[in-house]
Design a protein around this ligand. Structure first.
Ligand code: FAD
Length: 446
């Protein structure tokens, strides 16, 4: 270990410190492996030491030592991000917050939690008092709430509540600054977006207030359709059916269902399918809608049955890609927002244009009050040039791509420099120690 690291570790008496090389490797990685572009860029990146605080006071202790020795500091939740968000580009310290798991309180409609609580555990706890988390990533079993806010965007539930970035979906955060004498700052209201989705470049979140939704018993269903556009239109109309309570509207074009080993004998060969979560109390009107679109319900589970074993949640969002890649690791994916259009003309055009090369996987979400098709298409990867060409073709035709093949914050979903985030970083991380290399605006500031 270099001298500064030894001195650093010596100042962390009482904290859990990990230096075992195999553990260091594991705790330096995330799921950037979904991207053939990111793999060669990130495969050899390692932190030098992992620190696992259990309290905010221990976070401050670790940060004080980091600042003293000017060590890069990368915050980590469960490390399930897809863009190398928590991969330390310049080594240094990995601050693993997965042990800070307290649920501080649950009131009607709001929970106050520590960042390391797993989303599944939090959901289970709030359900006890009749509330649930508004939206979950499909990694909810392992992912932490801090990591979801720091690096995620939305997921199961976004069809009703929109995305994390929508005002009201995050109420407050406590942030530890990375200064000679770290401060604790509380941000509320719109100010929370100074640190949300900033990849941990803007302060260390040690507590969050999260809004909740009334809890429902969610039934699950797979509906098969003989042609893709009927499945897609069903998805749009189901999403627009305000009287039917739902949490997931995922549409997969053939051959995606063939990657779902568990459903090989369930989904008819050659079908396109909808994976849905619908409130048990809405099953009747749901069945009527399926009927109207000549769909076939080939699997249906009550909430009780769905709570045991595998759930459709873990076939949706980026789990769809996970299943596809487990069959064919050369596959990768895109993240797209199609414009609001009830006829889904651009979806149809892209579906027909790319055929099997870009397999259509829609996730309907609510945006600006309308249900729109977002997509996590599965791509048969050939070369970086071809991937860039596919992205450009989508953009040229009016689809928005949040590029999952970059670890740079601004080059992914944002596209522009967030001046507020940059100003906030200047205040809370004057030495630029937090997750260096991820925020372009910081590297290029004058
Ligand atoms: P990490 O990967 O550990 O961290 C993510 C980012 O947040 C990092 O930049 C980290 O530095 C920062 N961070 C973590 N904790 C803090 C903190 N306390 N303070 C400040 N910054 C912090 N994402 C979605 O949004 N929706 C999905 O449906 C979805 N599905 C997925 C499916 C699969 C199969 C995979 C592999 C990924 C998926 N993801 C999805 C991405 C990811 O799983 C989620 O965003 C997840 O919530 C991240 O949580 P985590 O604890 O693993 O975060």
């Amino acid at each position: 270990q270099p001298a500064d690291l030894e001195s650093f570790s010596a100042e962390l008496t009482g904290l859990e410190i990990i230096t075992d090389p195999a553990q260091l490797t594991k705790l330096s990685q995330d799921y950037y492996t979904f991207s053939p572009i990111l793999q060669p860029l990130l495969n050899d990146k390692r932190g030098d030491v992992v620190v696992r605080p259990t309290t905010e006071a221990e976070v401050i202790q670790a940060v004080t030592a980091c600042v003293k020795w000017r060590l890069p500091l990368t915050v980590r939740g469960a490390g399930t991000g897809n863009y190398g968000q928590c991969v330390p580009l310049q080594g240094g310290v990995i601050l693993d917050l997965s042990k800070m798991q307290a649920v501080k309180w649950v009131k009607p409609g709001i929970a106050c939690v520590e960042p390391g609580v797993k989303l599944a555990a939090l959901d289970k706890e709030t359900r006890g008092s009749g509330w649930e988390i508004r939206m979950l990533p499909s990694t909810y079993r392992t992912a932490t709430i801090g990591g979801f806010i720091g690096g995620g965007s939305g997921g199961i539930g976004s069809i009703t509540y929109g995305q994390i970035r929508d005002r009201g979906n995050l109420l407050a955060v406590r942030v530890v600054t990375v200064e000679d004498e770290p401060r604790v700052i509380e941000l509320r209201g719109d100010d929370v977006y100074k640190v949300a989705h900033a990849y941990g470049t803007n302060g260390i979140i040690t507590e969050l207030e999260i809004p909740l939704a009334p809890a429902y018993a969610w039934a699950e269903a797979i509906v098969a359709f003989p042609d893709f556009m009927t499945a897609a239109r069903f998805g749009q109309v189901f999403s627009d059916s305000d009287g039917i309570i739902k949490k997931l509207v995922c549409i997969c074009a053939d051959p995606i269902p063939t990657y779902f080993a568990a459903f090989r004998n369930v989904i008819p060969v050659g079908s396109h399918c909808a994976l849905v979560l619908v409130a048990e109390s809405s099953l009747e009107p749901f069945a009527a809608l399926v009927n109207e679109y000549n769909g076939t319900i080939c699997l249906q589970k009550s909430a009780q049955e769905a709570s045991k074993g595998s759930t459709l949640v873990e076939y949706s969002w980026n789990h769809t890609t996970l299943h596809a890649r487990s069959v064919d690791p050369s596959l990768t994916y895109l993240q797209t927002m199609f414009p609001s259009d009830k006829e889904l003309k651009l979806v149809e055009r892209m579906y027909q244009h790319f055929g099997d090369e870009v397999m259509m996987h829609l996730e309907f979400i609510r945006m600006g009050g309308e249900a729109i098709p977002a997509a996590l298409q599965i791509v048969r990867y050939t070369t970086p040039e071809r991937l860039a060409e596919i992205i450009r073709y989508h953009e040229d035709h009016g689809a928005f791509i949040a590029n999952p093949h970059t670890f740079v914050l601004e080059d992914g979903g944002r596209k522009t420099v967030d001046v507020e985030q940059l100003r906030f970083k200047e205040r809370v991380d004057p030495y630029g120690l937090l997750n260096p290399g991820k925020m372009r605006a910081w590297a290029e500031r004058k």
